[in-house]
Design a protein around this ligand. Structure first.
Ligand code: GH3
Ligand code: MG
Ligand code: MG
Ligand code: MG
Ligand code: MG
Length: 316
């Protein structure tokens, strides 16, 4: 007996079945449809594998003894395929020996059912399958969220140092390979300690947020990107940009930061920032895995110069 509650009209994917007996195939297909599942029916392992490779089938129900490719081989083939989602495989067979059960599970089946199987049992077995698939989907969602969070600076929402360390060398390598230019700007807020000391840490945080937003609004969308490098330091990466272009961008940024007003509890705060700029032009340099590090060091050196020469300026 099935009730409306057991019905599975919310499962969004068809179940892939492999069964060489035309009669049993029809019966199984009828049973599955009756309990609310869509079905794609195939006649042997080979056909099932073809369908599987071209579609999305989180649940497979397969016979064991079939011509061309049997259920054991189908299990092995599915398990060997690189997939980004789990496949729950149910072996459904008349072979009820212990050896056969062990062989089926060893080949990669999650469940071994002995024919004949009633709709009621099929219903609950499929619920087990869906619990596993749901668990996997939830875990994947959590992992994606963790990955997203691990790339971001929680205060400003921009990329963090970890992301920079990961992506910047890749971009530099790509620039080298394709003989593109790439530039980097290192920005450091001037006398930021004084902001904290005068207005408090919270006000400092607000200024950092405002600066990140200001940078975001100032750079080319989907081409340039920024990361929070340290406390009050930001790195801006400018692909396809030479030194003179990057100096222009840094100067524009300098002016916008200097014009930025952050209002905290009625107080209007203004800051300036200093900028170091470095650029990579392919023909001038030998291939060097440390180019990314070198560029950042060079930008840091220029930033130091900007600070030394009185701050609120760009040096490259
Ligand atoms: P300079 O012009 O030489 O760069 O001077 P500075 O005061 O900006 O530099 P310094 O390195 O002496 O101080 C940086 C300050 O940034 C000190 C630190 O407390 C503050 N800071 C770092 N991270 C944060 C943060 O997340 N929030 C706030 N409010 N302050 C931060
Ligand atoms: Mg068979
Ligand atoms: Mg600093
Ligand atoms: Mg500073
Ligand atoms: Mg300092």
């Amino acid at each position: 007996m099935t009730t409306d509650n057991d019905r599975s009209d919310t499962f969004p994917y068809p179940i892939l079945i492999a069964e060489d007996s035309g009669f049993l195939r029809k019966v199984l297909e009828g049973n599955l449809r009756e309990i609310g599942y869509d079905v794609v029916a195939t006649e042997n392992g080979r056909q099932a594998l073809e369908s599987f490779s071209g579609g999305h089938y989180p649940i497979v129900v397969t016979d064991l003894v079939m011509p061309e490719m049997d259920g054991l081989q189908l299990c092995r083939e599915i398990r060997a395929l690189p997939r980004d989602h789990y496949t729950y495989i149910i072996l459904l067979t008349a072979q009820d020996s212990k050896e056969s059960i062990i062989a089926g599970l060893a080949a990669g089946a999650d469940e071994y059912l002995i024919k004949p199987v009633e709709s009621a049992e099929l219903t609950v077995r499929l619920k087990t399958a869906r619990r596993i698939l749901e668990l996997e989907a939830n875990l994947k969602g959590s992992l994606e969220e963790i990955k997203r969070l691990s790339m971001r600076d929680p205060l400003t929402g921009v990329y963090n140092r970890r992301y920079l360390d990961d992506r910047f060398p890749q971009e530099v390598k790509r620039a080298f390979r394709y003989e593109h230019r790439i530039s980097v700007i290192l920005m450091d807020i001037d006398h930021f300690k004084l902001v904290n000391d005068t207005y408090g840490h919270h006000a400092g945080d607000m200024v950092l947020r405002a600066c990140a937003a200001c940078i975001g609004g100032c750079i080319r969308e989907n081409i340039d990107w920024q990361a929070r490098y340290g406390g009050e330091e930001f790195v801006i990466v400018l692909p396809e940009t030479d030194l003179s272009g990057a100096l222009v961008a840094a100067e524009r940024l300098r002016q916008q930061i200097a014009a930025l007003v952050t209002t905290v509890r009625g107080e209007e705060l203004k800051v300036t920032a200093s900028f170091g700029v470095a650029s990579f032009t392919p023909p001038d340099q030998q291939e060097d895995l440390e180019v990314a590090e070198f560029l950042l060091a060079q930008a840091d050196h220029c930033l130091y110069q900007a600070k030394g020469e009185g701050r609120n300026r760009v040096r490259g």
